[in-house]
Design a binder for this molecule. Structure first.
Ligand SMILES: [Zn+2]
Length: 248
């Protein structure tokens, strides 16, 4: 334990995500040894961000005004909403330049252990937005982990009665990766989520000859997981990959 202020700073830094006790100590001493002017800029930046930045009243992305730049942009496609967990996911998708629709930031994912249920997320606001008849598709872009999958399953079940097309991001192999180093779950999803390379290409017969490929019949997972009622092809890949997981 250090004296007073130093320990206080280490404790506060240690509460930040991804910063362990050692990093907290290293950063604290970096701050101590740094030029006071630079550190004044840092603390000012923290103060200003807390004061000025709020959340968009439509999509809950971070914004310096009532609505964010994406919601204000009239050139964007009003028919598709991409649902993400955090504002940083909006940035990640924006960097791809592959999506020109609107967003909805949930503010996290369903995580019963941490006390986060659907009520803690901006799901009610999403449903309210779907009253807009122009919207024809919802893309569920939650993280491909347990919490993200649970959130996507919940949203699928909740939104399906609205009659809007619900899609999920494809799961698969990282570009630049090596097939033999991919884990089984990722590789299995890549096989299940395969798509034809061209209309005339004979891709399907070739892939069918793979022994692993055949997706588990819909009835099997229904027995294994009675509570997961999944919709259509969009979430089909999850079903088949879940049963093998406990064997790892
Ligand atoms: Zn917005």
């Amino acid at each position: 334990m250090y004296e007073g202020a130093v320990q206080e700073l280490i404790d506060e830094l240690g509460r930040l995500p991804g910063i362990g006790p050692k990093s907290a100590q290293r950063i604290a001493f970096h701050i101590l040894e740094s030029d006071p002017e630079d550190m004044k800029k840092l603390s000012e930046a923290i103060r200003v961000v807390k004061e000025r930045v709020k959340f968009c009243s439509i999509c809950f992305n971070v914004s310096e005004s009532e609505t964010c730049g994406i919601c204000r942009d009239e050139r964007r496609n009003d028919t598709v909403i991409c649902v993400v967990e955090e504002s940083k996911d909006v940035m990640a998708i924006e960097r791809t330049r592959a999506f020109g629709g609107r967003y909805h930031v949930l503010g996290g994912a369903i995580n019963p252990i941490n006390g986060i249920g659907p009520e803690q997320l901006h799901i009610r606001e999403l449903i309210a937005r779907l009253g807009d008849e122009r919207i024809t598709e919802i893309i569920l872009a939650t993280d491909p982990n347990l919490e993200g999958e649970a959130t996507a399953t919940f949203l699928t079940r909740t939104l399906r009665p609205l009659g809007i097309e619900i899609t999920r991001l494809a799961s698969g192999l990282p570009v630049g990766g090596d097939l033999e180093y991919a884990d089984e779950v990722t590789l299995a999803r890549a096989i299940e989520g395969r798509r034809s390379t061209a209309i005339s290409a004979p891709a399907a017969p070739l892939v069918r000859s793979l022994p692993v490929a055949a997706p588990t019949p819909v009835t099997a997972p229904a027995i294994a997981q009675p509570e997961t009622e999944r919709a259509g092809t969009a979430t089909a890949p999850d079903i088949a990959t879940e049963p093998p997981m406990p064997s790892n």
